[in-house]
Write a protein that binds this ligand. Structure first.
Ligand code: ATP
Ligand code: MG
Length: 600
C-alpha cells in the first residue's frame, strides 16, 4: 500500500510515517487530554487545544554541544511533526544534576533555531493568551515524578533497596543467570514509604539506598530486573537548586516526561530497544493508577547516524576540546552543529544529508563524502562565485604598458556572480600588469596533459585576456618566484576577438593592484581513520586537518559578511569565518573542495 506521502519523491518513505499514519487513521490519540493526569492540576492547567495532534519531542541532555547525530534526530522529529500538522517539543532532559550547564542549554536552543525549527508554535497559550515556547525542562516534573514514585510504592510496585552497589550488581545476574531477590524486596508498603521519605529528607547518605521498581528479578530482559528509579545524590541542580537530594533515573524520568507532555510518538535510537518494555510497564502502571492519560506515548527506535571520519560521542568530543586538539566546541572541524556552521554548512545542507541518509532499523556508516555532497548540492545553485589564489606567485605581463598605454593602467573585467543565475548580477574586478596566480599553474617543462602555463603556451586569464607564457624565475633553492608572459592583443573575454582564439588552459587570478589579502583555512576531515572511536583516539586524528595559507582574493569579497558562503572558482566552497570577521580579520574557511578527493 502506498500512502500519499510516498508519491512525493522528495520525501522517501520511512517506517515511522507508516506508524503515524496508521495511528492517525485509527484515531488512537483523539481521546486524550493534555498530558498530565486527572489528578494533576498543574499539568492540566496548561491546556491542550488539540489532543489529536501528533506530538513529538527532541530531548537532549544539556551536558554538551549538539552534533550531527542530534541534527538527524531534530530533523526527524520536527519534520514529522510538521508533516502531520503536529508540534515538536524541545525538552531539556535535565535529570542529572552533575553534568548539566546553562551554557549547553543556550547552545542547544541556538542550534535548534539555527536549523530552522521554531519552538514557538501557538498551541500552548498561557493564561493571558500569550504564545508560549514549546520548550520544556524535565526538572519541572520532579514533583510529579516524586508523587508517581510514592504511588508505585503504595501499589506494591517499588521498594527501597539498601544493598550496597556491589551487592546490587552481583544480584542482578547476567544474560545466562537470573537475578536474585534483594533481602529488602519484601518490605512492607509502610516501611518503603518511610525509607523513601527518609531518602528525600536527606537522612541517608549518597549511595546508601535506591528506589527500585518491583518487577521480576528473573526476567530475560535485564532492564526488567527491578530497575532503579531514584538515587540519592547531593548536588545542586541548575534549575531546582538544592531542593532535592534524590534524583530520578533517566529510564524512569523519560517515559513520564513523554506522558506529561502528551507525546504521541517517542522516537529514540536503537540502544533503547531493550528499555521499551520498562517504558511500557511504567506508563501502564501509572495509567492504571490514574496518574497519566491513556493511551500513553509509545516508543519507536531507529538506527543512530554514524558518519565515517566523524565521532559523535560527547565524551570523546569533550576530550578533544579539553586536551586542545581542536580550538573549542565550534572549531570548524568539529561535528558539532556550532562547528559545522562555522565550517560553512547550512541548515539546508544538513537537512538534505539527513533526508538522504534515511530512517531505518538497521545501522551502518554513512560515507563522509555524502555529507560533503549534500553541501555542494545545496551551495552550487546559490553560492556567489569568486576568484581566489591560495598559493600565490606573481605573474608579470611584460608587454602590458606598451599595449595598454602605461604600466599602471588597469583594465575592467566582469564575471557573473553565478553562471546560471543572471539575476544575481555581475561582479567587477580589474586586470593589470602584475597578477597573482597559483604557483601550481606554472611548469618549466610541460608535463603530459598539462595545459596551463609553461614557456610557449597560451592560456586565458579567466574573464580577461589570453596571454602567452615566456618563462619563469626561480630562486637559488628552486622555488618559483615569478612567471612572465605577454598579452595577446584583441583577445579579451566578451569581445569578438575572444572567439577567434582557442586555448586549452583557463586560469584563475587576481590583479596585484586589486586583490585583497585573506587568511584561508583549508580544513580536512578531523579523523584519518574511517571508523574512529574504535582505537586510540589521538592516533586516529588526521594530522593535516588544518592547513592555513595567506591568499589573495578578488575585491568583491571586501564586503563579505561573517557566515557568507562562496564558491572560490576551482577551489571549492568557502565561508567567511564569523568569529574572525567579527574581530576585523578577513578569514575564509574551506567547507568542501569542488569534488571528493579524499585519499587521492
Ligand atoms: P550521551 O552519550 O550523553 O547519552 P546522546 O548523544 O545520547 O549522548 P542526548 O542528549 O541524550 O545525547 O541525545 C538527545 C537525542 O538525540 C536522543 O533522542 C538521541 O537518541 C539522539 N541522538 C544522539 N545521537 C544520535 C545519533 N548519532 N543519531 C541519531 N540520533 C541521535
Ligand atoms: Mg543519551
Amino acid at each position: 500500500m502506498t500512502s500519499p506521502v510516498d508519491k512525493d519523491s522528495a520525501k522517501p518513505s520511512n517506517f515511522l510515517r507508516h506508524v503515524i499514519e496508521n495511528d492517525l487513521q485509527q484515531g488512537v490519540y483523539t481521546a486524550r487530554k493534555w498530558g498530565g493526569s486527572p489528578g494533576d492540576a498543574e499539568h492540566h492547567a496548561q491546556g491542550m487545544p488539540d489532543p489529536a495532534k501528533v506530538r513529538m519531542r527532541f530531548p537532549p541532555e544539556p551536558n554538551g554541544y549538539l552534533h550531527i547525530g542530534h541534527a538527524k534526530s531534530i530533523w526527524l522529529n520536527f519534520e514529522l511533526a510538521k508533516e502531520y500538522g503536529g508540534v515538536c517539543h524541545l525538552r531539556f532532559d535535565d535529570t542529572n544534576p552533575e553534568k548539566e550547564e546553562q551554557e549547553y542549554v543556550d547552545s542547544i536552543r541556538d542550534a535548534v533555531r539555527w536549523l530552522g525549527y521554531a519552538t514557538d508554535l501557538a498551541d500552548r497559550p498561557d493564561a493571558a493568551g500569550t504564545v508560549q515556547l514549546h520548550e520544556y525542562f524535565a526538572s519541572d516534573y520532579f514533583d510529579f515524578m516524586y508523587r508517581a514514585a510514592e504511588y508505585l510504592i503504595g501499589a506494591g510496585l517499588a521498594y527501597v533497596d539498601e544493598q550496597s552497589a556491589e551487592e546490587i550488581r552481583a544480584n542482578r545476574g547476567d544474560f545466562n543467570t537470573p537475578g536474585t531477590d534483594s533481602p529488602f524486596r519484601s518490605r512492607s508498603v509502610e516501611e518503603n514509604l518511610a525509607r523513601f521519605r527518609a531518602m528525600r529528607d536527606g537522612q541517608l547518605d549518597d549511595g546508601a539506598a535506591i528506589l527500585r521498581a518491583k518487577i521480576d528479578m528473573a526476567s530475560p530482559n535485564i532492564n526488567m530486573r527491578d530497575p532503579a528509579l531514584y538515587r540519592i545524590r547531593r548536588a545542586t541542580h541548575h534549575n531546582t537548586g538544592d531542593k532535592w537530594c534524590i534524583y530520578p533515573m533517566y529510564t524512569y524520568a523519560h517515559p513520564i516526561e513523554d506522558a506529561l507532555e502528551a507525546i504521541t510518538h517517542s522516537i529514540c535510537t536503537l540502544e533503547f530497544e531493550d528499555q521499551r518494555p520498562f517504558y511500557d510497564w511504567l506508563l501502564d502502571r501509572l495509567a492504571e493508577g490514574g496518574l497519566i492519560e491513556s493511551p500513553h506515548p509509545r516508543q519507536y527506535e531507529f538506527a543512530r547516524l554514524n558518519v565515517t571520519h566523524i565521532i559523535t560521542s560527547k565524551r570523546k568530543l569533550r576530550q578533544l576540546v579539553e586536551e586542545g586538539h581542536v580550538d573549542g566546541w565550534d572549531d570548524p572541524r568539529m561535528p558539532t552543529l556550532a562547528g559545522l556552521r562555522r565550517r560553512g554548512y547550512t541548515p539546508d545542507a544538513l537537512k538534505l544529508f539527513c533526508e538522504r541518509s534515511g530512517v531505518t532499523k538497521s545501522g551502518g556508516w554513512i560515507d563522509y563524502a555524502s555529507l560533503e555532497a549534500a553541501l555542494r548540492d545545496t551551495l552550487d545553485p546559490t553560492a556567489p562565485r569568486a576568484m581566489a589564489v591560495l598559493d600565490p606567485v606573481k605573474l608579470v605581463i611584460t608587454n602590458w604598458g606598451e599595449l595598454m598605454g602605461g604600466d599602471d593602467v588597469l583594465d575592467d573585467c566582469t564575471a557573473p556572480v553565478h553562471p546560471h543565475r543572471p539575476e544575481m548580477g555581475r561582479r567587477t574586478f580589474r586586470l593589470g600588469r602584475e597578477v597573482w596566480i597559483e604557483a601550481t599553474d606554472y611548469e618549466d617543462v610541460q608535463p603530459k596533459g598539462f595545459f596551463r602555463l609553461f614557456p610557449g603556451n597560451k592560456v586565458r586569464l579567466k574573464y580577461g585576456h589570453v596571454i602567452e607564457c615566456t618563462g619563469g624565475t626561480r630562486d637559488a633553492g628552486g622555488k618559483l618566484i615569478e612567471v612572465q608572459a605577454k598579452l595577446v592583443p584583441d583577445t579579451k573575454s566578451g569581445t569578438p576577438g575572444a572567439d577567434a582564439i582557442k586555448v586549452k588552459g583557463n586560469i584563475s587570478w587576481v590583479a596585484a593592484a586589486d586583490a585583497l589579502q585573506a587568511e584561508v583555512r583549508l580544513y580536512e576531515r578531523l579523523f584519518a581513520a574511517a571508523n574512529p572511536g574504535s582505537g586510540e583516539l589521538l592516533d586516529e586524528l588526521n594530522k593535516d586537518s588544518l592547513v592555513t595559507c595567506t591568499a589573495y582574493v578578488e575585491p568583491s569579497l571586501a564586503t563579505a559578511a561573517g557566515g557568507a558562503g562562496f564558491q572560490f572558482e576551482r577551489h571549492g566552497y568557502f565561508v567567511a569565518d564569523t568569529k574572525a570577521m567579527a574581530g576585523g580579520n578577513r578569514v575564509f574557511n574551506r567547507a568542501a573542495g569542488m569534488r571528493d578527493s579524499w585519499g587521492k
